[in-house]
Design a protein around this ligand. Structure first.
Ligand code: HEC
Ligand code: HEC
Length: 339
């Protein structure tokens, strides 16, 4: 008797269209998850997830170029994954990893091939971290994947959560202007990232302690093959997330300034990646703002670097390979980042 009562109530609720379990456990579709690995039940999996989180938030201290064990020096700079994937990959429109576990394997334009989550992590290792691949079957890769899976619990598989990547940004009718961007940099960015763009370390060079304010260019920054080196991707990240503490729904940097400062940062010296011409073997799948040749059209490379992007987007849409004679300004927003 005691056992049948709750079941009877559940059946009645189900009959009138309410499911008490579903009501209690499923957050509204718009809720952004707030995963906390510290709250996981103790055990071996938690240990691995916490190691993944450490690798993600303090990359420089475990696999950075200055760690004592040379064999562990996979990363070529002292950034951490979280310097770009803010909040350790948990913040909406700040390149989150929430839900990303269920988005792979995916058909990637850069290689024109279906790639795994591990492959995607290697992409950021070789470009954003200016380093080399980590062993796929090693402890570090397992931990990073476990952490990203943990961040993705409860998010439907195969459906990009709203808040992935960075928000789309309206394109400008003119090219982004690095000269104007230099002034924007002084106004909004220099106090943290410093005049020379080298950022501010937690300690001193060589101590593997990373940065309070990460470098935006120079030898210890991401290389020229990184996603952040593309003006559309960079401007949209900056507009939604910088100065640090900015929330995407209350941006502080005006749209034009975000474009110009992104152009300024991406005009500075940084490490170079070899063989970039081999990226995007199907040129029609190449993001319009990839700042390196070849492109499937006759727009000058400077226009792929700085815009204006609308004519290129229009030409791509029309399947044209040459600059369109009549470029009608149609869509007002550029996708934040092409995959
Ligand atoms: C300099 C900035 C930067 C750093 C540092 C960085 N990434 Fe990324 N990462 C990006 C950008 C930009 C993208 C592309 C996002 C997009 O396509 O919208 C990306 C994409 C990803 C994705 C795919 C996300 C998706 O939505 O499909 C994964 C996974 C990832 N990074 C993992 C890592 C890991 C792990 C590290 C540290 C080892 C790292 N990243 C370091 C900038 C960075
Ligand atoms: C109040 C200090 C502060 C200001 C001002 C600031 N940033 Fe940042 N920025 C940060 C911090 C801190 C991070 C790393 C976030 C983390 O690790 O959690 C960061 C990360 C970044 C990154 C990604 C990491 C990298 O090394 O490339 C870019 C790009 C960036 N900032 C650009 C800008 C631009 C452009 C401006 C000016 C519009 C700006 N920031 C203003 C503190 C600041």
């Amino acid at each position: 008797m005691l056992k049948t009562r709750p079941i009877a109530i559940a059946l009645i609720l189900a009959a009138i269209g309410l499911s008490p379990l579903a009501e209690a456990q499923t957050p509204p579709a718009s809720a952004w998850p707030e995963p906390n690995a510290d709250a996981m039940p103790a055990g071996a999996l938690k240990e691995v997830v916490l190691y993944g989180r450490k690798l993600f938030n303090e990359t420089y201290a475990v696999i950075g170029p200055d760690v004592p064990n040379r064999a562990m020096r996979y990363s070529g700079n002292n950034l951490s994954c979280k310097n770009c994937h803010l909040g350790g990959g948990t913040e909406k429109f700040a390149l989150p990893l929430i839900g990303v576990f269920g988005m792979f394997p995916a058909d990637m334009a850069r290689e024109n091939e279906v790639r795994t989550l591990e492959d995607r992590i290697q992409g950021c290792m070789e470009r954003s971290m200016n380093g080399r691949q980590i062993p796929v079957s090693g402890k570090e890769m397992k931990a990073m994947v476990a952490y990203i899976q943990f961040l993705s619990i409860g998010v439907p598989t195969g459906r990009a959560p709203e808040g992935r990547s960075t928000p789309p940004l309206p394109v400008m009718a003119r090219a982004a202007d690095p000269k104007r961007g230099a002034q924007v940099y002084l106004d909004y960015c220099e106090e943290c990232h410093m005049k020379d763009g080298r950022g501010m370390r937690n300690g001193v060079a060589g101590d593997a302690k990373g940065y309070t304010y990460p470098p935006l260019w120079g030898p210890d920054s991401f290389n020229d093959g990184a996603g952040m080196h593309r003006v559309i991707a960079s401007a949209s990240f900056i507009r939604a997330n910088m100065p640090f503490g900015t929330h995407y729904d209350k941006p502080q940097v005006p749209v034009e300034d975000a474009w110009d400062v992104a152009a300024y940062i991406n005009s500075q010296d940084r490490p170079k990646m070899a063989n970039l011409d081999r990226d995007y073997p199907i040129r029609a799948r190449k993001p319009v703002d990839a700042p390196f040749a070849p492109h499937p059209d006759n727009f000058p490379l400077s226009q792929h670097k700085y815009g204006p992007f609308q004519p290129i987007l229009d030409a791509r849409r029309a399947g044209a390979t040459a600059p369109a004679a009549t470029a009608a300004p149609a869509a007002a927003a550029a996708p934040a980042a092409g995959r």
